[in-house]
Design a protein around this ligand. Structure first.
Ligand SMILES: Cc1cc2nc3c(=O)[nH]c(=O)nc-3n(C[C@H](O)[C@H](O)[C@H](O)COP(=O)(O)OP(=O)(O)OC[C@H]3O[C@@H](n4cnc5c(N)ncnc54)[C@H](O)[C@@H]3O)c2cc1C
Length: 408
């Protein structure tokens, strides 16, 4: 594709904004329209469970500004409802059709709801948007009653840690026996679990919510282990689902998010690329299977890579082969991950003999390092990240340096 009068970006999040930035950097001088379902500019979601809850950041502090002046049309509160790839049109509210010459799918994910939950109840929230976090903040202002967090993944754990540090009574309910069991090995998982316990988070692990009963001033939760909890507020943090309902009937493969080729081109569609949480693609650095990566840095880098691929066209595009990076912070503990730990079934301490136990776990597949997770050990994680870049070479390494977007 050499000339594109209009590129439409569906999703006004980080990936969408970074795609627009890269299109302009590469000299695309046609029209760029960014369609967003939410009311404003992209937001720094990682702070929703941390500085925003604690009141350190305001809503304004969360807004992400483009790294440089972008000549784009932002259309907020404008969810795309359908894609017709043959006519090259997206469907907007009010029956409006918008033509595109190139399309970037960057619609992210939505918070998963529990099928048995009473979502919509004023004492029950999920956590994905500023509006969700503001609801939690408001509900807990001047309240020191029991809050229940459902979900022991990183969002549930960060939420529990932040609220506990603010003095709230927190019970965390999780299906796995240890916190962040999907990412951490047994030892680091046990240490994180112990940290939460020591700080006063009540843990109900290895159990699920079996029943909900709204009361006049609380929500009662019955757990499968027989316990009954009474919560003034419940936050459901049980993962996410890709925001792809608008792509039904488009011909895109929606097996897990929107399935892409290694270059970010959406399989089976012409002049359509995808980026960020919604996109699954084979990262050839780690193997031929497609995966989604829900990390802040990936949304940035993949948005940029998808823009490059859109302008290069399918034939000329390079595979996108990053070393994904992720961080979390709980009670001051820095958890950092690099690579694709989930792909490595064999877990080994990378710094055995460290007093107090190891701080970095390596994940291996067929004796090959696929990822690392570290506790309070940034230098070691950075060293292993560099090693992952070197050792798992692809021959087509393309991760351009990324300017950090700033909050306005
Ligand atoms: C509470 C929280 C804490 C997090 N903390 C961390 C962290 O500590 N470290 C880390 O690495 N990552 C963290 N993440 C993950 C990180 O924020 C995401 O990976 C990143 O925001 C993904 O960006 P995105 O642009 O792909 O998706 P999003 O930011 O979700 O943007 C997608 C946008 O598309 C919009 N949209 C959806 N459907 C449509 C449609 N049909 N039409 C138009 N627009 C649509 C959505 O409303 C949204 O605004 C956190 C996420 C959350 C929710």
């Amino acid at each position: 594709m050499t000339e594109l009068p209009r590129i439409v970006i569906a999703g006004a999040g980080l990936a969408g904004m970074c795609a627009a930035e890269r299109l302009r950097e590469l000299g695309f001088d046609g029209e760029i329209v960014i369609l967003g379902a939410e009311p404003g500019l992209p937001t720094y979601r990682p702070a929703l469970t941390k500085q925003f809850l604690s009141g350190e950041f305001s809503e304004r502090d969360l807004v992400i500004a483009p790294a440089h002046q972008l000549d784009v049309v932002w259309r907020f509160n404008t969810p795309v409802s359908q894609l017709d790839p043959l006519r090259r049109q997206v469907f907007l509210p009010g029956g409006e059709l918008l033509d595109y010459d190139g399309l970037v799918i960057a619609s992210g994910v939505e918070a998963r709801r529990l099928p048995t939950g009473i979502h919509g109840h004023p004492r029950v929230t999920v956590l994905r948007t500023i509006a969700d976090a503001a609801r939690v903040r408001k509900a807990l202002t001047n309240s020191r009653e029991q809050v229940v967090v459902i979900g022991s993944g990183f969002i549930g754990c960060e939420l529990a840690a932040s609220l506990r540090a603010m003095g709230h009574q927190i019970t965390l309910v999780g299906r796995s026996p240890r916190l962040m069991g999907e990412l951490l090995d047994r030892e680091l998982g046990a240490r994180l679990t112990e940290l939460h316990r020591r700080k006063g988070v009540q843990l109900q692990l290895g159990t699920k919510v079996a029943g909900w009963a709204p009361q006049p001033s609380a929500v009662e939760l019955r757990l499968t282990n027989g316990r009954v909890l009474s919560a003034s507020h419940v936050v459901v943090a049980v993962g996410s689902v890709p925001a792809v309902s608008w792509l039904r009937d488009s011909g895109a493969d929606l097996a897990d998010g929107v399935v892409c080729e290694p270059s970010c081109h959406v399989a089976g569609l012409d002049d359509v690329v995808a980026a960020g949480d919604v996109a699954s693609w084979p990262n050839l650095r780690f193997g031929p299977r497609a995966h989604r990566v829900e990390h802040w840095t990936n949304a940035m880098e993949m948005g940029r890579a998808a823009a490059e691929s859109l302008l290069s066209g399918r034939e000329g595009a390079l595979p996108y082969t990053p070393v994904p990076r992720f961080w979390s912070e709980q009670f001051g503990l820095q958890i950092q991950a690099a690579g694709m730990p989930a792909l490595g079934p064999v877990r080994r301490a990378m710094d055995q003999g460290t007093p107090g136990g190891h701080t970095v776990s390596g994940f291996f597949l067929d004796n090959r390092l696929t990822g690392v997770v570290g506790f309070d050990n940034t230098p070691a994680v950075l060293r292993h990240t560099a090693e992952l870049r070197r050792r798992v070479a692809t021959g087509a390494d393309r991760v351009p340096p990324v300017p950090e977007p700033s909050r306005v």
